[in-house]
Design a protein around this ligand. Structure first.
Ligand code: SDX
Length: 428
Protein backbone atom coordinates (compact mmCIF):
# COMPACT_ATOMS: atom_id res chain seq x y z
CA UNK A 1 0.00 0.00 0.00
CA UNK A 2 1.63 3.30 -1.10
CA UNK A 3 0.28 6.34 0.70
CA UNK A 4 3.54 8.31 0.98
CA UNK A 5 6.31 9.18 -1.47
CA UNK A 6 10.07 9.73 -1.26
CA UNK A 7 11.72 12.21 -3.59
CA UNK A 8 15.21 11.50 -4.93
CA UNK A 9 17.05 14.63 -5.99
CA UNK A 10 19.88 13.86 -8.45
CA UNK A 11 22.15 16.74 -9.49
CA UNK A 12 21.40 17.86 -13.03
CA UNK A 13 18.40 15.56 -13.34
CA UNK A 14 14.69 15.79 -12.64
CA UNK A 15 13.67 14.62 -9.14
CA UNK A 16 12.49 11.03 -8.98
CA UNK A 17 9.40 10.18 -6.94
CA UNK A 18 9.50 6.79 -5.27
CA UNK A 19 6.45 5.32 -3.51
CA UNK A 20 6.81 4.40 0.20
CA UNK A 21 5.01 1.14 0.94
CA UNK A 22 3.72 0.22 4.38
CA UNK A 23 3.18 -3.34 5.62
CA UNK A 24 0.77 -4.57 8.31
CA UNK A 25 3.54 -4.11 10.90
CA UNK A 26 7.23 -3.20 10.79
CA UNK A 27 9.40 -0.80 8.76
CA UNK A 28 8.13 0.99 5.66
CA UNK A 29 9.97 0.27 2.40
CA UNK A 30 10.91 2.63 -0.43
CA UNK A 31 9.80 1.08 -3.71
CA UNK A 32 12.85 1.67 -5.95
CA UNK A 33 11.51 -0.18 -8.99
CA UNK A 34 11.03 3.21 -10.69
CA UNK A 35 14.78 3.86 -10.51
CA UNK A 36 15.39 1.93 -13.73
CA UNK A 37 13.97 4.94 -15.62
CA UNK A 38 16.99 6.94 -14.40
CA UNK A 39 19.46 4.32 -15.66
CA UNK A 40 20.70 3.91 -12.08
CA UNK A 41 20.54 1.04 -9.56
CA UNK A 42 20.55 0.90 -5.78
CA UNK A 43 23.82 -0.39 -4.31
CA UNK A 44 23.51 -2.56 -1.20
CA UNK A 45 26.14 -5.36 -0.82
CA UNK A 46 24.97 -7.90 1.79
CA UNK A 47 21.43 -6.49 1.48
CA UNK A 48 21.89 -4.53 4.71
CA UNK A 49 18.99 -2.23 3.83
CA UNK A 50 17.07 -4.13 1.17
CA UNK A 51 13.67 -5.80 1.33
CA UNK A 52 13.75 -8.49 -1.37
CA UNK A 53 10.07 -9.43 -1.40
CA UNK A 54 6.66 -9.12 0.22
CA UNK A 55 5.78 -11.94 2.62
CA UNK A 56 3.09 -12.91 5.15
CA UNK A 57 4.93 -15.82 6.76
CA UNK A 58 7.29 -14.53 9.47
CA UNK A 59 7.83 -11.17 11.12
CA UNK A 60 10.92 -10.19 13.12
CA UNK A 61 11.34 -7.03 15.21
CA UNK A 62 15.09 -7.02 15.86
CA UNK A 63 14.96 -4.14 18.34
CA UNK A 64 12.24 -5.68 20.51
CA UNK A 65 13.35 -9.32 20.12
CA UNK A 66 10.02 -10.32 18.55
CA UNK A 67 9.58 -13.34 16.22
CA UNK A 68 6.08 -14.12 14.89
CA UNK A 69 5.07 -17.01 12.63
CA UNK A 70 1.83 -16.00 10.87
CA UNK A 71 1.32 -13.65 13.85
CA UNK A 72 1.92 -16.18 16.64
CA UNK A 73 4.92 -15.46 18.97
CA UNK A 74 7.65 -18.10 18.84
CA UNK A 75 7.51 -18.38 22.65
CA UNK A 76 3.85 -19.52 22.49
CA UNK A 77 4.43 -21.93 19.59
CA UNK A 78 7.47 -23.44 21.35
CA UNK A 79 5.49 -23.94 24.56
CA UNK A 80 2.04 -24.93 23.23
CA UNK A 81 2.39 -26.17 19.64
CA UNK A 82 4.48 -28.89 18.02
CA UNK A 83 6.59 -29.04 14.89
CA UNK A 84 4.07 -30.53 12.45
CA UNK A 85 1.37 -28.12 13.61
CA UNK A 86 3.87 -25.27 13.11
CA UNK A 87 4.59 -26.67 9.62
CA UNK A 88 0.86 -26.54 8.81
CA UNK A 89 0.72 -22.95 10.09
CA UNK A 90 3.73 -21.80 8.05
CA UNK A 91 2.49 -23.53 4.89
CA UNK A 92 -1.20 -22.56 5.11
CA UNK A 93 -1.33 -19.37 7.15
CA UNK A 94 -3.65 -20.63 9.90
CA UNK A 95 -3.41 -23.20 12.71
CA UNK A 96 -5.23 -26.45 11.80
CA UNK A 97 -8.39 -27.62 13.56
CA UNK A 98 -8.33 -31.13 15.00
CA UNK A 99 -9.43 -32.81 11.76
CA UNK A 100 -7.02 -30.78 9.59
CA UNK A 101 -4.17 -31.55 11.99
CA UNK A 102 -4.90 -35.30 12.00
CA UNK A 103 -5.05 -35.36 8.19
CA UNK A 104 -1.81 -33.37 7.83
CA UNK A 105 0.07 -35.58 10.30
CA UNK A 106 -1.19 -38.73 8.59
CA UNK A 107 -0.24 -37.41 5.13
CA UNK A 108 3.28 -36.54 6.28
CA UNK A 109 3.66 -39.96 7.93
CA UNK A 110 2.75 -41.64 4.66
CA UNK A 111 5.57 -39.91 2.80
CA UNK A 112 8.46 -40.53 5.19
CA UNK A 113 10.02 -43.36 3.17
CA UNK A 114 12.46 -42.50 0.38
CA UNK A 115 12.89 -44.35 -2.93
CA UNK A 116 14.90 -47.50 -2.15
CA UNK A 117 17.35 -46.63 -4.95
CA UNK A 118 18.33 -43.45 -3.10
CA UNK A 119 20.46 -45.59 -0.79
CA UNK A 120 22.93 -46.19 -3.61
CA UNK A 121 23.76 -42.45 -3.73
CA UNK A 122 25.35 -42.72 -0.28
CA UNK A 123 27.94 -45.26 -1.41
CA UNK A 124 29.75 -42.63 -3.46
CA UNK A 125 30.63 -40.67 -0.32
CA UNK A 126 33.50 -41.43 2.04
CA UNK A 127 32.20 -42.57 5.43
CA UNK A 128 33.93 -39.55 7.01
CA UNK A 129 32.39 -37.02 4.60
CA UNK A 130 30.85 -34.05 6.40
CA UNK A 131 27.13 -34.85 6.87
CA UNK A 132 26.15 -31.52 5.27
CA UNK A 133 28.07 -32.47 2.10
CA UNK A 134 26.09 -35.73 1.93
CA UNK A 135 22.82 -33.93 2.71
CA UNK A 136 23.37 -31.47 -0.16
CA UNK A 137 23.95 -34.41 -2.48
CA UNK A 138 21.07 -36.69 -1.52
CA UNK A 139 18.46 -33.93 -1.24
CA UNK A 140 19.50 -32.63 -4.66
CA UNK A 141 19.21 -36.23 -5.90
CA UNK A 142 15.54 -36.28 -4.85
CA UNK A 143 14.91 -33.93 -7.78
CA UNK A 144 15.90 -36.80 -10.08
CA UNK A 145 13.09 -38.92 -8.63
CA UNK A 146 10.30 -36.37 -8.92
CA UNK A 147 11.31 -34.06 -11.73
CA UNK A 148 8.95 -35.55 -14.32
CA UNK A 149 5.92 -35.59 -12.02
CA UNK A 150 6.33 -31.99 -11.03
CA UNK A 151 4.67 -29.00 -12.59
CA UNK A 152 5.56 -26.11 -10.30
CA UNK A 153 2.68 -24.10 -11.79
CA UNK A 154 0.25 -26.71 -10.41
CA UNK A 155 -0.78 -25.88 -6.78
CA UNK A 156 -1.39 -29.57 -6.02
CA UNK A 157 2.13 -30.44 -7.25
CA UNK A 158 3.56 -27.64 -5.08
CA UNK A 159 1.62 -28.97 -2.08
CA UNK A 160 2.78 -32.58 -2.48
CA UNK A 161 6.40 -31.42 -2.97
CA UNK A 162 6.19 -29.52 0.32
CA UNK A 163 4.77 -32.58 2.10
CA UNK A 164 7.39 -34.90 0.58
CA UNK A 165 10.25 -32.64 1.68
CA UNK A 166 8.95 -32.16 5.25
CA UNK A 167 8.33 -35.92 5.51
CA UNK A 168 11.60 -37.14 3.99
CA UNK A 169 14.17 -34.80 5.56
CA UNK A 170 14.28 -36.70 8.91
CA UNK A 171 14.64 -40.00 7.03
CA UNK A 172 17.48 -38.62 4.90
CA UNK A 173 19.17 -36.94 7.89
CA UNK A 174 19.12 -40.22 9.84
CA UNK A 175 20.42 -42.08 6.76
CA UNK A 176 23.30 -39.61 6.56
CA UNK A 177 24.16 -40.32 10.21
CA UNK A 178 23.82 -44.11 9.89
CA UNK A 179 26.04 -44.09 6.78
CA UNK A 180 28.74 -42.17 8.69
CA UNK A 181 28.51 -44.77 11.51
CA UNK A 182 28.61 -47.77 9.16
CA UNK A 183 25.31 -48.93 10.65
CA UNK A 184 22.27 -50.19 8.68
CA UNK A 185 19.75 -47.48 7.84
CA UNK A 186 16.53 -47.72 9.86
CA UNK A 187 13.14 -47.38 8.16
CA UNK A 188 10.64 -44.81 9.48
CA UNK A 189 7.69 -46.00 11.58
CA UNK A 190 4.17 -44.62 11.21
CA UNK A 191 3.23 -45.30 14.83
CA UNK A 192 5.72 -42.72 16.16
CA UNK A 193 5.49 -38.91 16.30
CA UNK A 194 7.70 -36.86 13.97
CA UNK A 195 10.45 -36.27 16.55
CA UNK A 196 10.21 -39.81 18.02
CA UNK A 197 10.50 -41.24 14.51
CA UNK A 198 13.62 -39.18 13.82
CA UNK A 199 15.30 -40.31 17.04
CA UNK A 200 14.21 -43.90 16.29
CA UNK A 201 15.86 -43.78 12.85
CA UNK A 202 18.96 -42.13 14.33
CA UNK A 203 19.64 -44.32 17.35
CA UNK A 204 17.88 -47.68 16.97
CA UNK A 205 19.43 -50.63 15.14
CA UNK A 206 18.00 -53.87 13.70
CA UNK A 207 19.46 -55.63 16.75
CA UNK A 208 17.58 -53.60 19.33
CA UNK A 209 14.57 -51.27 19.12
CA UNK A 210 14.59 -49.17 22.29
CA UNK A 211 11.62 -46.95 23.22
CA UNK A 212 12.29 -43.24 22.63
CA UNK A 213 12.58 -41.07 25.75
CA UNK A 214 9.62 -38.65 25.85
CA UNK A 215 11.97 -36.02 27.35
CA UNK A 216 14.33 -36.25 24.38
CA UNK A 217 11.49 -36.40 21.85
CA UNK A 218 9.92 -33.25 23.33
CA UNK A 219 13.29 -31.45 23.32
CA UNK A 220 13.92 -32.53 19.71
CA UNK A 221 10.48 -31.32 18.63
CA UNK A 222 11.07 -28.00 20.44
CA UNK A 223 14.37 -27.55 18.59
CA UNK A 224 12.61 -28.23 15.27
CA UNK A 225 10.00 -25.54 16.11
CA UNK A 226 12.66 -22.98 17.06
CA UNK A 227 14.49 -23.45 13.75
CA UNK A 228 11.43 -23.67 11.46
CA UNK A 229 11.59 -20.27 9.77
CA UNK A 230 13.23 -16.89 10.06
CA UNK A 231 12.14 -14.40 7.36
CA UNK A 232 14.55 -13.66 4.49
CA UNK A 233 17.80 -15.08 5.95
CA UNK A 234 20.63 -16.12 3.65
CA UNK A 235 19.44 -19.68 3.00
CA UNK A 236 15.78 -18.72 2.55
CA UNK A 237 16.81 -15.98 0.12
CA UNK A 238 18.86 -18.61 -1.71
CA UNK A 239 15.82 -20.89 -2.03
CA UNK A 240 13.70 -17.98 -3.29
CA UNK A 241 16.37 -17.00 -5.85
CA UNK A 242 16.77 -20.60 -7.08
CA UNK A 243 12.99 -21.01 -7.21
CA UNK A 244 12.57 -17.79 -9.21
CA UNK A 245 14.23 -19.50 -12.20
CA UNK A 246 11.58 -22.25 -12.07
CA UNK A 247 14.03 -24.83 -10.72
CA UNK A 248 12.77 -28.09 -9.19
CA UNK A 249 11.85 -27.53 -5.49
CA UNK A 250 14.11 -30.37 -4.34
CA UNK A 251 17.04 -28.68 -6.11
CA UNK A 252 16.03 -25.36 -4.51
CA UNK A 253 16.09 -26.92 -1.04
CA UNK A 254 19.53 -28.42 -1.80
CA UNK A 255 20.67 -24.87 -2.61
CA UNK A 256 19.27 -23.71 0.73
CA UNK A 257 21.16 -26.49 2.53
CA UNK A 258 24.39 -25.36 0.87
CA UNK A 259 23.85 -21.75 1.96
CA UNK A 260 22.93 -22.78 5.52
CA UNK A 261 26.19 -24.74 5.89
CA UNK A 262 28.36 -21.64 6.32
CA UNK A 263 29.63 -20.92 9.88
CA UNK A 264 28.21 -17.38 9.67
CA UNK A 265 24.74 -18.94 9.26
CA UNK A 266 23.49 -22.39 10.18
CA UNK A 267 26.99 -23.81 10.59
CA UNK A 268 27.35 -21.68 13.74
CA UNK A 269 25.77 -24.30 16.03
CA UNK A 270 28.57 -26.75 15.21
CA UNK A 271 31.13 -23.91 15.45
CA UNK A 272 29.90 -22.96 18.96
CA UNK A 273 30.75 -26.42 20.34
CA UNK A 274 34.17 -26.33 18.61
CA UNK A 275 34.74 -22.86 20.10
CA UNK A 276 33.77 -24.06 23.60
CA UNK A 277 36.16 -26.98 23.18
CA UNK A 278 38.91 -24.53 22.15
CA UNK A 279 38.22 -22.23 25.12
CA UNK A 280 38.28 -25.30 27.34
CA UNK A 281 38.02 -23.59 30.71
CA UNK A 282 36.46 -20.49 32.30
CA UNK A 283 39.99 -19.20 32.98
CA UNK A 284 40.53 -18.82 29.21
CA UNK A 285 37.38 -16.80 28.52
CA UNK A 286 39.04 -13.38 28.80
CA UNK A 287 41.68 -14.39 26.25
CA UNK A 288 39.03 -15.39 23.72
CA UNK A 289 36.90 -12.30 24.39
CA UNK A 290 40.01 -10.26 23.57
CA UNK A 291 40.52 -12.25 20.37
CA UNK A 292 36.88 -11.62 19.38
CA UNK A 293 37.45 -7.87 19.81
CA UNK A 294 40.79 -7.80 17.99
CA UNK A 295 40.21 -6.56 14.43
CA UNK A 296 43.39 -8.30 13.30
CA UNK A 297 42.11 -11.63 14.60
CA UNK A 298 39.48 -13.41 12.42
CA UNK A 299 38.07 -15.13 15.53
CA UNK A 300 34.43 -14.30 16.26
CA UNK A 301 32.36 -15.41 19.22
CA UNK A 302 30.28 -18.08 17.48
CA UNK A 303 26.61 -18.06 18.44
CA UNK A 304 26.77 -14.32 19.14
CA UNK A 305 25.42 -11.46 17.04
CA UNK A 306 22.72 -11.27 14.42
CA UNK A 307 21.96 -9.16 11.37
CA UNK A 308 18.43 -8.41 12.55
CA UNK A 309 18.29 -8.92 16.32
CA UNK A 310 19.88 -5.91 17.98
CA UNK A 311 18.42 -7.06 21.26
CA UNK A 312 18.00 -10.66 22.43
CA UNK A 313 17.10 -13.47 19.99
CA UNK A 314 13.83 -14.81 21.45
CA UNK A 315 14.75 -18.29 20.27
CA UNK A 316 17.97 -18.21 22.32
CA UNK A 317 15.93 -17.51 25.47
CA UNK A 318 13.63 -20.48 24.82
CA UNK A 319 16.64 -22.63 23.88
CA UNK A 320 18.41 -21.77 27.15
CA UNK A 321 15.26 -22.62 29.15
CA UNK A 322 14.93 -25.93 27.25
CA UNK A 323 18.60 -26.60 27.90
CA UNK A 324 18.08 -26.26 31.66
CA UNK A 325 14.95 -28.48 31.56
CA UNK A 326 16.54 -31.27 29.49
CA UNK A 327 19.81 -31.42 31.43
CA UNK A 328 17.92 -31.37 34.75
CA UNK A 329 15.51 -34.11 33.64
CA UNK A 330 18.41 -36.21 32.36
CA UNK A 331 20.53 -35.43 35.42
CA UNK A 332 23.39 -34.19 33.22
CA UNK A 333 25.96 -31.73 34.55
CA UNK A 334 27.54 -30.49 31.30
CA UNK A 335 30.70 -28.42 31.92
CA UNK A 336 30.27 -26.93 28.44
CA UNK A 337 26.93 -25.45 29.56
CA UNK A 338 28.61 -23.88 32.59
CA UNK A 339 31.31 -22.50 30.26
CA UNK A 340 28.70 -21.22 27.77
CA UNK A 341 26.72 -19.48 30.51
CA UNK A 342 29.87 -17.80 31.91
CA UNK A 343 30.87 -16.69 28.39
CA UNK A 344 27.35 -15.34 27.84
CA UNK A 345 27.48 -13.40 31.15
CA UNK A 346 30.94 -11.90 30.49
CA UNK A 347 30.21 -10.96 26.87
CA UNK A 348 26.85 -9.35 27.74
CA UNK A 349 28.62 -7.06 30.22
CA UNK A 350 31.53 -6.18 27.91
CA UNK A 351 31.25 -2.69 26.30
CA UNK A 352 32.42 -4.02 22.90
CA UNK A 353 29.51 -6.45 22.70
CA UNK A 354 27.00 -4.08 24.30
CA UNK A 355 27.89 -1.20 21.91
CA UNK A 356 27.41 -3.54 18.95
CA UNK A 357 24.24 -5.16 20.31
CA UNK A 358 25.81 -8.60 20.20
CA UNK A 359 23.73 -11.15 22.10
CA UNK A 360 23.46 -14.94 21.98
CA UNK A 361 21.52 -16.12 18.90
CA UNK A 362 19.61 -19.32 18.21
CA UNK A 363 22.85 -21.26 17.74
CA UNK A 364 24.50 -20.46 21.07
CA UNK A 365 22.72 -22.97 23.31
CA UNK A 366 21.21 -25.36 20.75
CA UNK A 367 24.36 -27.46 20.52
CA UNK A 368 24.31 -28.19 24.26
CA UNK A 369 20.84 -29.71 23.97
CA UNK A 370 21.66 -31.62 20.78
CA UNK A 371 24.71 -33.09 22.52
CA UNK A 372 22.52 -34.12 25.51
CA UNK A 373 20.14 -35.84 23.06
CA UNK A 374 23.15 -37.75 21.67
CA UNK A 375 23.49 -35.97 18.32
CA UNK A 376 27.15 -35.68 17.22
CA UNK A 377 28.43 -32.13 16.58
CA UNK A 378 28.93 -32.79 12.87
CA UNK A 379 25.17 -33.41 12.55
CA UNK A 380 24.07 -30.14 14.20
CA UNK A 381 23.65 -28.18 10.96
CA UNK A 382 21.86 -31.15 9.37
CA UNK A 383 19.30 -30.84 12.19
CA UNK A 384 19.00 -27.12 11.43
CA UNK A 385 18.45 -27.91 7.72
CA UNK A 386 15.85 -30.57 8.60
CA UNK A 387 13.88 -28.10 10.70
CA UNK A 388 14.28 -25.14 8.32
CA UNK A 389 12.97 -27.10 5.32
CA UNK A 390 9.40 -26.08 6.16
CA UNK A 391 10.42 -22.40 6.19
CA UNK A 392 12.26 -22.70 2.91
CA UNK A 393 9.43 -24.52 1.15
CA UNK A 394 6.80 -22.17 2.61
CA UNK A 395 8.64 -19.18 1.12
CA UNK A 396 9.09 -21.07 -2.17
CA UNK A 397 5.33 -21.83 -2.22
CA UNK A 398 4.42 -18.23 -1.31
CA UNK A 399 6.60 -16.86 -4.10
CA UNK A 400 5.19 -19.24 -6.75
CA UNK A 401 1.58 -18.65 -5.64
CA UNK A 402 1.53 -15.12 -7.08
CA UNK A 403 3.19 -13.39 -10.07
CA UNK A 404 6.98 -13.29 -9.70
CA UNK A 405 10.06 -12.46 -11.75
CA UNK A 406 13.40 -14.22 -11.95
CA UNK A 407 15.81 -12.68 -9.44
CA UNK A 408 18.55 -10.91 -11.37
CA UNK A 409 20.47 -8.20 -9.41
CA UNK A 410 22.82 -5.77 -11.22
CA UNK A 411 26.22 -4.40 -10.05
CA UNK A 412 28.55 -1.45 -9.72
CA UNK A 413 31.19 -2.29 -12.35
CA UNK A 414 34.73 -1.08 -11.56
CA UNK A 415 36.66 -3.23 -14.03
CA UNK A 416 38.31 -2.22 -17.37
CA UNK A 417 36.37 -0.24 -19.94
CA UNK A 418 36.45 -1.73 -23.47
CA UNK A 419 39.97 -2.45 -24.82
CA UNK A 420 41.31 -4.34 -27.89
CA UNK A 421 42.78 -7.84 -27.88
CA UNK A 422 46.66 -7.68 -28.03
CA UNK A 423 48.44 -10.40 -30.05
CA UNK A 424 50.39 -12.88 -27.91
CA UNK A 425 53.80 -11.72 -29.18
CA UNK A 426 53.10 -8.17 -28.09
CA UNK A 427 52.46 -9.08 -24.46
CA UNK A 428 55.42 -8.65 -22.09
C1 SDX B 1 21.86 -17.64 12.00
O1 SDX B 1 19.69 -14.16 9.25
C2 SDX B 1 19.11 -15.03 10.02
O2 SDX B 1 17.96 -14.91 10.39
C3 SDX B 1 20.04 -16.19 10.42
C4 SDX B 1 19.45 -17.15 11.48
C5 SDX B 1 18.24 -17.93 10.96
O3 SDX B 1 17.46 -18.41 11.78
O4 SDX B 1 18.17 -18.14 9.70
O5 SDX B 1 19.09 -16.42 12.65
C6 SDX B 1 20.49 -18.22 11.88
O6 SDX B 1 22.59 -17.64 11.03
C7 SDX B 1 22.28 -17.00 13.31
C8 SDX B 1 23.71 -16.38 13.25
C9 SDX B 1 24.74 -17.51 13.45
N1 SDX B 1 26.11 -16.98 13.18
C10 SDX B 1 26.98 -16.83 14.19
O7 SDX B 1 26.71 -16.99 15.39
C11 SDX B 1 28.39 -16.45 13.71
C12 SDX B 1 28.94 -15.30 14.59
N2 SDX B 1 28.15 -14.08 14.26
C13 SDX B 1 28.73 -13.16 13.27
O8 SDX B 1 29.38 -13.81 12.22
C14 SDX B 1 27.72 -12.06 12.89
O9 SDX B 1 27.19 -11.59 14.06
C15 SDX B 1 26.59 -12.35 11.93
C16 SDX B 1 27.07 -12.97 10.65
C17 SDX B 1 25.59 -13.25 12.56
C18 SDX B 1 25.91 -11.02 11.59
O10 SDX B 1 26.84 -10.27 10.88
P1 SDX B 1 26.48 -8.78 10.36
O11 SDX B 1 25.06 -8.46 10.56
O12 SDX B 1 27.05 -8.63 8.99
O13 SDX B 1 27.24 -7.88 11.37
P2 SDX B 1 28.76 -7.49 11.27
O14 SDX B 1 29.58 -8.71 10.94
O15 SDX B 1 28.89 -6.30 10.38
O16 SDX B 1 29.09 -7.10 12.79
C19 SDX B 1 28.89 -5.79 13.26
C20 SDX B 1 30.05 -5.57 14.23
C21 SDX B 1 31.41 -5.75 13.57
O17 SDX B 1 32.34 -4.98 14.32
P3 SDX B 1 32.70 -3.45 13.77
O18 SDX B 1 33.19 -3.63 12.34
O19 SDX B 1 31.42 -2.67 13.87
O20 SDX B 1 33.78 -2.98 14.72
O21 SDX B 1 30.00 -6.55 15.29
C22 SDX B 1 31.16 -7.39 15.20
C23 SDX B 1 31.75 -7.21 13.82
O22 SDX B 1 33.14 -7.44 13.84
N3 SDX B 1 30.69 -8.75 15.42
C24 SDX B 1 31.29 -9.65 16.19
C25 SDX B 1 30.45 -10.78 16.14
N4 SDX B 1 29.40 -10.55 15.35
C26 SDX B 1 29.55 -9.28 14.90
N5 SDX B 1 32.43 -9.60 16.90
C27 SDX B 1 32.76 -10.71 17.59
N6 SDX B 1 32.02 -11.86 17.61
C28 SDX B 1 30.86 -11.91 16.89
N7 SDX B 1 30.12 -13.00 16.90
Amino acid sequence: MADKKAQLIIEGAAPVELPILTGSVGPEVIDVRGLTSTGRFTFDPGFMSTASCESKITYIDGDKGILLHRGYPIEQLAEKSDYLETCYLLLNGELPNAEEKATFVSTVKNHTMVHEQLKTFFNGFRRDAHPMAVMCGVVGALSAFYHDSLDIKNPQHREISAIRLIAKMPTLAAMVYKYSMGQPMIYPRNDLSYAENFLHMMFNTPCEIKPISPVLAKAMDRIFVLHADHEQNASTSTVRLAGSSGANPFACIAAGIAALWGPAHGGANEAVLSMLDEIGDVSNIDKFIAKAKDKDDPFKLMGFGHRVYKNFDPRANVMKQTCDEVLAELGIQDPQLELAMKLDEIARNDPYFKERNLYPNVDFYSGIILKAIGIPTSMFTVIFALARTVGWISHWKEMLSSPYKIGRPRQLYTGYDQRDYPPLESRN
